[in-house]
Design a binder for this molecule. Sequence first.
Ligand code: SF4
Ligand code: SF4
Ligand code: FES
Length: 270
Amino acid sequence: MGETIIAKVFRYDPSKDKAPYYKEYTVPWQADESGFMTGLQVLHYIYENIEPIAYDYNCRGSICGRCSMVIDGKPGLACYTALQPGHHTFEPLEGQPIIRDLMIDRKPVMKKFVETEVAKKTLNPVEKSEDIEYDLYWNTLERLNNCRECMLCYDVCPALKINDHDYIGPGAMMQVAFRHLDPHDEADRVQQAVFSGLWKCVLCGSCELVCPAQIPHVKLLTILRDEAKKRGMKPEGSDNYNFWKNDPTEDGQAEDNQTREEGSNEYGEI
Ligand code: SF4
Ligand code: SF4
Ligand code: FES
């Protein structure tokens, strides 16, 4: 036998399994023209040639966000994860209800995305495209509009791991930021952000690092926090997170964010 991928896949059928388990499958190496085999191709091979396993996908092109999972310990899109021969582990996104195997129930997080639209007001539509400032449109609004709703940012967010009741999470918060910056929208998105847990975020930037839409999360979270702070909407107790309390120049967190901002210059100024 030629080169192979040994895929260790998380299996769990809540209707009959007492607990999750892992099962190994041997998949012949079938590189495409780019020289890789994607995680999704490996799963397709198992499904079509060995036995059915449950996973989600649609576009196969890094657009729909439905194939998000954890491969070799890293959250990513299976259709965009290039693998080489050898051992690889496939697991569902952490912290979400499992429907079966690698397929998670997206409804609880999708509900948070939908809730961000509540009270949207469009009183003065921008009629001509030239009325929207170029950088704002292309470098921010378009990027935010490209959110795949893949939930990868939910997998890595430490604020959600501490408490997922008081925070809508990074993806939905980016939609609040989107509407805050959108000239079509006249609702008070800063207030909405604060009520949705803006100060629960620890500004770690993990969401930004996994985001396939390259949304500059930290910069946008910081814009919302600056506005909230200006308006006195920084609740008691948020100092627990230690960001604004200390001199930012002495705060390692702040320096990390600076580096990240410099790295995101390709997205232009916001
Ligand atoms: S920056 Fe905030 S929202 Fe993003 S992963 Fe860190 S805590 Fe979560
Ligand atoms: S913000 Fe990025 S990581 Fe989060 S759901 Fe949208 S595309 Fe995925
Ligand atoms: S199948 Fe659509 S993003 Fe992977």
